[in-house]
Ligand binder design. Structure first.
Ligand code: SF4
Length: 380
C-alpha cells in the first residue's frame, strides 16, 4: 500500500467524504451580549458578499442529490441583524437548489428581531428554525441585550410571532452552573413554548469564553438522570441527547450501522468565504500553528476540493490521531465516536488528545446517568 493510500484510508474510515450539513455565517454581528458567548468578532458588521454567497451555492450544488438535500444552517452571528432585504439577497443564489428539493435552509436565531416580516420570509423559503433560549426568565439571565438588559422578553416576543405564523421551531439551550440543578423546570418550560425538540449544550470553555465556571461531572450525571426520568413520563418533547442515546441502543440491538457512522466534516463558511472543518467553533479563531484552521476560501476553490485535501491539514491529522486514541482507551467510544474537535482544541490546545470536560459532561455523564437509572429501577 502506498503512503498516500494509507493516509486517505485513515481519513475515510472516520470522516465522511461528503457533508450532510454546511454552516454559513451571513454576518458575524450579534445584537446580544450573552456572558458565555464563544464568538470573538460578534460586534463587527461584515456581511457575506454576493460573490461569496454565489460561490457557496456552487459548492452546495456539488453535495446535493435528489432525495438527499444538503442542509444549510445560517448561524455564527445573528443572521436577522441583516434585515430581510439584505439576507434575502444572500440566499437568492440558493433558490434554484431549494425549489428543486436539493437544499434545505436552517436558521439558528436568538429570535429577538423576529417580526411578522421575518416570519413571512422564513415561511416562504421553508426555513427550519432553531431558537436559542436557555429556559424561563430566571434561568435565561446570561442571555443579555445591550447594556445587560434581560433578553428574555425580546426572545419571547419573537417566539410569539413564530407561533402566530404557525412556524415550528426547535430550541438550543445552554445549561449553566445555575440551571443544571433545575432540569424539570427547563423541560416543563420548553413544553410550554410548544417547541418540538430541545438540545442541551452544557456550558463549556470555548473560544473567548474561558473564564466562567462550568458544571461538574457529578452535576451533569444528576442533570441527565433527572432528564431521562422526565422524558419517560412526558411525551411530546424530544431531548436531542437522550434521543441520540436511544438511537445508539436501538442500533446495538438491531445490528444497524451505528459503529460505521462517519463524522460529518461540517464545512463552516465565514462571511468572508473562509472554510473551517469539523467544528464551527473553530471559525474566526486565530491559531497560527494551525493556519487559523483554514481549509481554503470559496472564492478560490470549491468546498469539494478542500475536502479532498482535508487529510493533509495538520489539525485534521491530529484529530484522527485523537480518535484512534479514544477508540483504544475509552469505554464510551462506541456511543461517542470521539466527540468534538473544537472542544479538544479549546481545552488542550491540540487535537490528538482524548478526554475533555466537554465529553465528560455531555457524553460520559449521559451514559452513566442512564446506567444509574437502569440500576435503580432493577433495585426497586
Ligand atoms: S467520551 Fe471523550 S475520551 Fe471517550 S471517546 Fe468520547 S471524546 Fe474520546
Amino acid at each position: 500500500m502506498r503512503e498516500g493510500d494509507h493516509v486517505l484510508g485513515r481519513y475515510t474510515r472516520r470522516i465522511a467524504t461528503q457533508p450532510h450539513t454546511l454552516i454559513a455565517q451571513a454576518d458575524p454581528l450579534c445584537n446580544l451580549a450573552c456572558s458565555y458567548c464563544y464568538l470573538p468578532f460578534k460586534i463587527r458588521r461584515n456581511p457575506m458578499s454576493d460573490e461569496v454567497a454565489e460561490a457557496v451555492a456552487r459548492s452546495a450544488a456539488d453535495f446535493a442529490s435528489p432525495g438527499a438535500p444538503i442542509d444549510l444552517v445560517w448561524h455564527a452571528g445573528e443572521p436577522t441583524t441583516l434585515g430581510v432585504p439584505r439576507f434575502g439577497r444572500i440566499i437568492a443564489p440558493f433558490e434554484e437548489l431549494r425549489t428543486e428539493g436539493l437544499l434545505r435552509h436552517f436558521m439558528q436565531t436568538n429570535a429577538t428581531l423576529i417580526d411578522d416580516r421575518w416570519c413571512e420570509f422564513l415561511a416562504e423559503h421553508e426555513f427550519r428554525i432553531g431558537v436559542s433560549i436557555d429556559g424561563p426568565a430566571a434561568l435565561n439571565r446570561h442571555r443579555a441585550a445591550a447594556g445587560g438588559r434581560p433578553a428574555f422578553p425580546l426572545i419571547m416576543k419573537g417566539i410569539d410571532r413564530l407561533r402566530s405564523h404557525g412556524i415550528g421551531f426547535s430550541v438550543i439551550a445552554v445549561v449553566t452552573t445555575e440551571s443544571i440543578t433545575h432540569p424539570e423546570d427547563l423541560l416543563d418550560f420548553f413544553v410550554s413554548l410548544g417547541c418540538a425538540s430541545v438540545g442541551f449544550n452544557i456550558e463549556e470553555q470555548e473560544g473567548v469564553n474561558s473564564a466562567r465556571p462550568t458544571p461538574t461531572f457529578e452535576q451533569a450525571v444528576e442533570f441527565w438522570r433527572r432528564t431521562i426520568t422526565w422524558t419517560r413520563r412526558n411525551t411530546g418533547l424530544t431531548v436531542r441527547e437522550v434521543d441520540r442515546l436511544g438511537g445508539y441502543l436501538r442500533a446495538r440491538r438491531t445490528g444497524d450501522g451505528w459503529l460505521s457512522t462517519l463524522i460529518d466534516p461540517i464545512p463552516t463558511i465565514s462571511a468572508a468565504g473562509d472554510v473551517v472543518l469539523l467544528s464551527p467553533e473553530l471559525a474566526d479563531t486565530t491559531a497560527p500553528a494551525y493556519d487559523d484552521f483554514r481549509a481554503g476560501n470559496v472564492l478560490e476553490q470549491s468546498i469539494a476540493s478542500m475536502l479532498e485535501n482535508a487529510r493533509r491539514l495538520k489539525y485534521v491529522d491530529e484529530f484522527l490521531t485523537g480518535l484512534d486514541r479514544c477508540e483504544e482507551t475509552c469505554e464510551f467510544f462506541g456511543f461517542c465516536r470521539g466527540a468534538q474537535a473544537g472542544n479538544r482544541y479549546f481545552e488542550t490546545g491540540r487535537f490528538d488528545t482524548t478526554e475533555t470536560s466537554h465529553c465528560r459532561v455531555s457524553k460520559q455523564a449521559l451514559v452513566v446517568a442512564l446506567s444509574d437509572t437502569v440500576r435503580e429501577e432493577h433495585a426497586a
